[in-house]
Write a protein that binds this ligand. Structure first.
Ligand code: AMP
Ligand code: MG
Length: 402
């Protein structure tokens, strides 16, 4: 770890290695969280026809009048008769406007008298939704790179699409290293711990739009580590390793990656937590692969995944990889570190003067519960002394991590 690089430089080196994603059509009922690979143009007007915005009566004039009811237009069942002076057609919300309609009088502004109806004065065009008012045929309703949430899926369905062109989900292989690791649910021997990183990271991968191809756990042994990494590289275009990436006598990840010809792009970030983070690129018969060596401490693994691997997964889908940031008022002092920037887990609250950030408690990189209340990472730059209570700090939202 010759020289530590900054967080921004590390992210720049990661993003320099991503490639254009492949695309596939995805049924809308499976498309939540997927990223559009192309702009989507609406083939139709929405609404497709002039429609009523209210239950009431379609009328041919604006003045108060007593009108003969000549028909009904229901949602899905347009009226065969139009309106003309002296007549009205009963109409439901969403029903097609009969020909000759000048306005729809809401039912609350009418009184029924047998086969007639007395209507109050109404402005021209009142309660009529015009065709194309929401979406005009031929316009781009959504651009490539957009992540499909419920509203986006609703809009795509509303213009009649059953599928959306989406970036393929990047496949990610996980390798957890450590003699001490025991699968949750099995009994612990002395000195052992339950392995939490593969499950927490798998959650972050899914939330970043990736797909776990393979998850392996290996002891601190060079050959087992190398073989697991070989399988990982054969099965996915992104590999995340947890642990074994520091300088200890039993850390074999770097050596194994070197033997496999994975080219280092950085090792060591001026960041707390997350100093030993490693990143490199492998060339495989199936194409390039990105390899992230994440520190084993559970908080470090999650934070470094969020800061470095998540942007890569998003960029590999054509989505904006930049973190969402805000400025927040610190509700407690934070001691600066002269050599490393700090990513401090904070809870955010909205106040009169904007966002406020308060650290979630002890910040040890093994204190996994400190992630539970964390809405954001307060990014404290290197420096002397402390950031005082009341000072402003830049926060990066911990989307998809908590
Ligand atoms: P390492 O990066 O391998 O030196 O590990 C740093 C710390 O993280 C040690 O306390 C490990 O026991 C712990 N650790 C490593 N892998 C995991 C894991 N999969 N789940 C929980 N803790 C882990
Ligand atoms: Mg270890």
């Amino acid at each position: 770890m010759a020289e530590l690089i900054g967080i921004d430089e590390a992210r720049r080196r990661v993003l320099a290695e991503v490639w254009r994603p492949a695309a596939e059509d995805v049924r809308l009922d499976r498309a939540l969280g997927r990223v559009l690979s192309e702009d989507v143009t609406s083939p139709v007007d929405v609404p497709p026809f002039d429609a009523s915005a209210m239950d009431g009566f379609a009328v041919a004039g604006t003045a108060p009048a007593e009108l003969r009811i000549t028909g009904e237009s229901r949602a899905g069942w347009p009226s065969s008769v139009g309106v003309e002076p002296g007549t009205a057609v009963a109409i439901s919300t969403g029903a097609a406007i009969p020909t000759g309609t000048v306005a729809v009088v809401p039912v609350e502004c009418t009184a029924r008298l047998g086969g007639s109806v007395r209507v109050e004065e109404v402005p021209e065009n009142a309660n009529v939704r015009r065709a194309g008012e929401d979406v005009l045929a031929g316009t781009v309703v959504m651009s490539a790179g957009r992540e499909l949430g419920p509203a986006a899926i609703g809009v795509l369905a509303g213009v009649g699409l059953a599928k959306a062109p989406c970036a393929r989900r990047p496949r990610v292989s996980l390798v957890a290293t450590g003699d001490e690791l025991v699968e949750p649910g099995l009994a612990l021997a002395p000195g052992r711990i339950w392995s939490s990183n593969p499950l927490a990271l798998a959650g972050q991968i899914a939330r970043a739009g990736g797909e776990v191809a393979l998850s392996q756990t290996v002891p601190d042994e060079p050959r087992a580590t190398r073989e697991a990494l070989e399988r990982a590289l054969a099965s996915a275009e992104v590999v995340c390793v947890s642990g074994g990436v520091s300088v200890g006598a039993h850390d074999h990840v770097k050596g194994a990656l070197e033997e496999l010809g994975v080219a280092e792009r950085f090792w060591g970030v001026a960041l707390q937590p997350g100093k030993p983070t490693w990143f490199g690129v492998a060339s495989r018969p199936a194409g390039r692969a990105l390899v992230f060596g994440l520190p084993g401490n559970p908080v470090s693994a999650m934070v470094t995944f969020h800061l470095f691997a998540r942007p890569a997964l998003r960029a590999l889908q054509g989505a904006d990889p930049r973190p969402r940031t805000a400025s927040a008022v610190l509700d407690g002092p934070l001691r600066r570190n002269p050599r490393r920037a700090q990513a401090v887990r904070c809870a955010l609250s909205a106040r009169e003067d904007g966002w406020h950030a308060v650290p979630t408690g002890p910040q040890g990189s093994h204190v996994m519960t400190s992630m539970l209340a964390a809405d954001a990472l307060a990014m404290v730059p290197t420096g002397q002394g402390e950031l005082a209570c009341g000072e402003r700090v830049r926060v990066e939202l911990l989307e998809g991590a908590v």
